[in-house]
Design a protein around this ligand. Sequence first.
Ligand code: THU
Length: 120
Amino acid sequence: MAEKAMGNAIAPYSKFKVGVAIIAKNGKIYSGCNIENASLALSVCAERVAILNALSNGERSFKAMAIVANDRDYCYPCGACRQLLWDFAKNLEIYLKSEMGVKKFTIKEFLPYAFSKDFA
Ligand code: THU
């Protein structure tokens, strides 16, 4: 599903296409692609599109995410996405796929000493 989503990427500026799939604990899978905009700063990463897609469909518990890009190298999520993923999925497994194979990480590895706060 991540690869299929990559095919929907809107990346006319960077030409860097990213596709993501996130699986909820109930087994449902949601995908996302990066969407760029002429006002470049408004571009959104595939990771954020995917998790916001899942959240807006009512999901609140997540197991794993797959990330692919049209690049030789692995596509590591940016810092902003790491923070968002951490906020909503503290035990998330993250699988990166490239032509070199699949590598598994966790969001905890990607964001040590993360900011976390319950505004209760
Ligand atoms: N991008 C993602 O969608 N995910 C990442 O993990 C890294 C970067 C997008 C943002 C932009 O559209 C393009 O890739 C180049 O940075």
